[in-house]
Design a protein around this ligand. Structure first.
Ligand code: ITT
Length: 205
């Protein structure tokens, strides 16, 4: 990419915006928020996979602005809960106005007495262009669910998730440490490589 590319990040989650900006720092990409682009949208996530929901969000932002858009759909899949909360991670928990803490405490409660703590974060990223071209990438971070929360960094379920090979939760890692191994870090770096290839091959219509 030889000139800075402006791309809308189709999310209402400020933490995703922060992490995506950290992950793409130093690259020829300028991530614009929906607010910066003057749009306020929150499309219904009716897909049955992370990839389908990422596409729905990117398409809504593209349709609203006419600009290339990128979206992240992500979540935590817990083996002992048959993959839950999965694509419902943001909507999981005791009620509509549940905080992140309410959600992870609800999860810990569901896992009370459960020995199998295996889980993974998944992130699917979709990048859409006005001409209909589409790039996508998905990756995950394997780990386990703690018995009690620790740490104050990150967001969402980070205080209860310990990546394999670590003794600290995601919320005890620095942003740099988390981004280096995270589902979002890996999926975003993969899409950046694809974007680079796509633009260098003259498909930048
Ligand atoms: P947008 O749809 O507007 O992007 P959202 O938060 O609703 O924001 P998702 O539907 O993709 O996004 O749900 C992702 C949820 O999964 C998120 O709200 C967290 O609860 C959880 N999650 C995803 N990535 C995470 C991470 O890196 N650390 C902790 N929790 C994460």
């Amino acid at each position: 990419m030889n000139k800075t590319m402006k791309i809308i990040l189709a999310t209402n989650n400020k933490n995703k915006l922060r992490e995506m900006r950290e992950i793409t720092r130093g690259l020829d990409i300028e991530i614009i928020s929906q607010g910066d682009a003057g749009i306020s949208i929150d499309p219904e996530e009716t897909g049955s996979t992370f990839a389908e929901n990422a596409y729905i969000k990117a398409k809504a932002a593209l349709d609203a602005t006419g600009l290339p858009a990128i979206a992240d759909d992500s979540g935590l899949c817990v083996d002992a809960l048959g993959g839950e909360p999965g694509i419902y991670s943001a909507r999981y928990g005791p009620g509509k106005n549940a905080t992140d803490r309410d959600k992870y405490m609800y999860l810990l409660d569901k896992l009370k007495g459960e020995k199998n703590r295996k889980a993974r974060f998944v992130c699917s990223v979709c990048c859409l262009f006005p001409n209909g071209d589409r790039l996508s990438a998905e990756d995950s971070l394997e780990g386990s669910i703690q018995y009690a929360p620790t740490g104050a960094n990150g967001f969402g379920y980070d205080p209860v998730f310990v990546p394999d090979g670590y003794t600290r939760s995601n919320a005890e890692l620095t942003p740099e440490e988390k981004n280096a191994i995270s589902h979002r870090g890996k999926a975003t770096r993969a899409i950046v490589l694809k974007l680079k290839e796509y633009l260098e091959n003259g498909n930048n219509k």
